[in-house]
Write a new protein. Structure first.
Length: 159
């Protein structure tokens, strides 16, 4: 897991979390792997849903959780694929290859919930967003990453 803290913030409500997700959606490019971590109910799916809706330029788009399907894919208006995966039900890291995620990592934007179940070497280029629950709908978000590209991409982020 990446351990370099790049950026952290507090979102006071779901609208703030959605705005932050939309800001990230505006700057990510294909080949980005976003590892969404946090306890159940921390807002991983909420963040991913807002990110996808922003990329689709459709705030009303149907974006179901991939809890049971494991993967949902979308094409944004520019033809960029977005893969939203929930790996919670996987028992072994090798199962991600059966889902096609390994190929998607190069050409799509991948949002992965429960990334502790993905191959360890995938963390090398991942942007981890750790969501923590605070009181009254508050979410604390911490962005971690080792790759130099994340540092430059998130410079001044959220300001």
């Amino acid at each position: 897991m990446p351990n370099t803290l790049l950026f952290q913030t507090v979102c006071k409500n779901e609208r703030g979390t959605a705005a932050l997700a939309a800001s990230l959606a505006a700057v990510l490019q294909p080949g980005a792997l976003v590892a969404l971590t946090g306890d159940l109910g921390a807002g991983k799916s909420t963040f991913a849903r807002a990110f996808i809706r922003a990329r689709l330029a459709n705030l009303e788009a149907e974006v179901p959780s991939p809890t049971f399907t494991l993967v949902q894919t979308y094409d944004d208006p520019n033809g960029i694929e977005i893969w939203h995966a929930d790996l919670y039900r996987l028992s072994e890291a090798e199962e991600v290859y059966e889902l096609g995620l390994d190929d998607a990592r190069d050409d799509a934007i991948c949002l992965i919930e429960w990334p502790d179940r993905m191959p360890a070497y995938w963390w090398d280029d991942a942007l981890e967003i750790k969501l923590d629950i605070g009181g009254e709908g508050v979410r604390k978000l911490a962005f971690h990453g080792e790759a130099a590209r994340w540092r430059g991409l998130l410079e001044g982020f959220g300001t």
